[in-house]
Design a protein around this ligand. Structure first.
Ligand code: SF4
Length: 511
């Protein structure tokens, strides 16, 4: 009898599935995380330490992370995926070298945000899994934190309990991280004593770390939600930050080009080599940077659900009740952010109205085109243009990012309609710094000219002189404090708004 032909052995693809992380392992295991600024990450660490987790942010992204990521993940991945994967890879390589694979698999887990949708953010974990395969660390555990559920419960072994205290602690630490970052960028370009902002900032972040570390326990459900929303625990801590900020002396008469940063979520938030340190570079080039708060992104995430309900595309049995609940949630969210801003003398910027962003972007980019920041890139640029909150927009676009490529295409249409909108789309690949910065500089030169012309225009209009303002400041030292609120008086630049404010709100033009 003829022998049956041997069938080839097929090895099917199996998706990465982490080993359980048990409750008993919690004390000996460190949760790794990253992707935001050092300020956000330190405050998040406070929130996690408060819940008795060992938690460590990964070191800030470095240029070598790009190479490490490129070696191990798919060709054509977007640059944030490459950088963040490379950062985890380099950290693990170092640990493996020192302690061996088994110890690394035992000692660490990685926690990252998860999502689904058309951009690669929904597949970051696949890239991480691919890199772990490449490193021979298939047993290393990584877990996803869904962005749309506050109470996901103890999953996969119970070592990680993603419950209300954890989610609220992380969200509140992100909001506070945003607010101190905003203060930092509003102040540093005007500081009289170089380095003072940085020193006070570090002190404030440590103080806020302690605040998160000692956050009182109010149970795991609604009582903790109510406490986070109603307590003055965080606002009084932010008032202490404000007192510390008072020590910084500033000179608001310095004429700076105001540059609003927009772009892909990770790239615009990051501070470091992942985006060529562009925010620091812009400050060195005599600009004031308007950084993008993570809070805007969290706010944006609420809206697709609201839209679905409004357009009856939702499977909900009670769409009206759910719409009302979501609108109430949105009001509470903005209200909380504003309460925190108030504790900081209203210095940090307000969150933009998501409805307005959608309306502004609508003729150019449909709000249902999801992925990346969606229509927000267009909406934010036009918001800043119409409200005169910056002289130029610097959009950080990752190499190989589909959603950003679409928004840059739509921006060509926007510029056709608003030719005086100064817009610098900067493609970031991680290894083409000179090209990117010189491109930004071309637009920045024009922005600086506008800032100077605007300042000269208000000096002429108000009839004030620098000498006169200096004399007035000498009599009113509060004007030189970093906590002095300079209201928006219709100009993009801080110096021009300051002069308008002195002239008309404080009556200096009539004196
Ligand atoms: S928005 Fe672009 S850069 Fe960001 S994860 Fe998605 S594809 Fe990558």
């Amino acid at each position: 009898m003829a022998q049956a032909a041997q069938l080839p052995i097929i090895s099917h693809y199996t998706a990465y599935k982490p080993r359980p992380f048990t409750r008993e392992e919690r004390d000996t295991t460190t949760i790794l995380y990253g992707g935001l600024t050092w300020k956000h990450e330190r405050l998040m660490q406070g929130a996690l330490h408060n819940l008795k987790y060992n938690a460590e942010p990964l070191p800030n992204i470095a240029r070598e992370d790009l190479d490490a990521g490129k070696e191990l993940i798919d060709v054509g991945a977007c640059c944030p995926t490459i950088f963040t994967t490379g950062s985890l890879v380099n950290f693990l390589k170092k640990e493996v070298k020192e302690h061996g694979k088994d110890e690394v698999n035992r000692k660490f887990v990685y926690l990252t945000a998860g999502a689904c949708g058309p951009c690669r953010f929904g597949q970051y974990h696949e890239s991480y899994a691919m890199a772990l395969d490449g490193l021979g660390l298939r047993d290393f555990r990584l877990f996803l934190l869904a962005q749309d559920e506050l109470d996901q419960g103890p999953g996969n072994g119970g070592g990680l309990d993603i419950n209300m205290p954890m989610s609220l602690g992380l969200i509140w630490s992100i909001l506070c991280g945003d607010l101190v970052t905003d203060l930092e960028y509003l102040t540093r370009p005007y500081e009289v004593n170089p380095g003072q902002t940085e020193l006070v900032l570090r002190e404030c972040v440590e103080q806020m770390y302690d605040v998160f570390l000692h956050r009182p326990d109010h149970g795991k459900k609604l009582r903790t939600l109510a406490w986070h929303l109603l307590s003055n625990y965080f606002t009084s801590a932010l008032r202490d930050v404000r007192k510390k900020w008072d020590q910084i002396e500033v000179d608001h008469l310095r004429v700076k080009a105001k540059v609003k940063i927009t772009g892909e979520f990770w790239l615009q938030t990051h501070e470091g080599e992942g985006n060529y340190n562009i925010k620091r570079w812009l400050e060195q080039e005599d600009s004031e940077v308007v950084p993008p708060p993570v809070a805007v992104w969290l706010h944006y995430l609420l809206h697709p659900t609201i839209r679905k309900l409004e357009h009856r595309n939702s499977a909900s049995k009670h769409p009206k009740a759910e719409t009302l609940a979501l609108h109430a949630l949105e009001r509470v969210y903005r209200g909380t952010y504003n309460r925190f801003r108030k504790a900081l003398a209203n210095l940090p910027h307000e969150l933009p109205d998501q409805e307005e962003l959608r309306r502004l972007a609508e003729p150019f980019y449909h709000f249902e085109l999801r992925g990346g920041e969606g229509h927000m890139l267009i909406g934010k640029a036009l918001h800043s243009y119409h409200h005169k909150t910056a002289h130029m927009i610097c959009e950080l676009s990752p190499y190989s990012c589909m959603p950003n490529t679409m928004s840059i295409g739509s921006m060509a249409n926007v510029i056709g309609k608003y030719p005086d909108l100064l817009y610098a789309p900067i493609e970031v690949k991680g290894d083409a710094e000179v090209h990117a910065l010189s491109r930004c500089q071309m637009i920045l030169t024009e922005a600086k000219k506008r800032a100077q012309a605007e300042f000269e225009g208000v000096m002429e209009k108000t009839g004030l002189s620098v000498e006169r303002i200096r004399k007035y400041e000498a009599k009113h030292p509060e004007l030189r404090k970093a906590t002095y609120f300079v209201p928006h008086r219709g100009c993009a630049g801080t110096a021009a708004n300051y002069v308008m404010h002195l002239a008309y709100d404080r009556g200096l033009a009539r004196a």
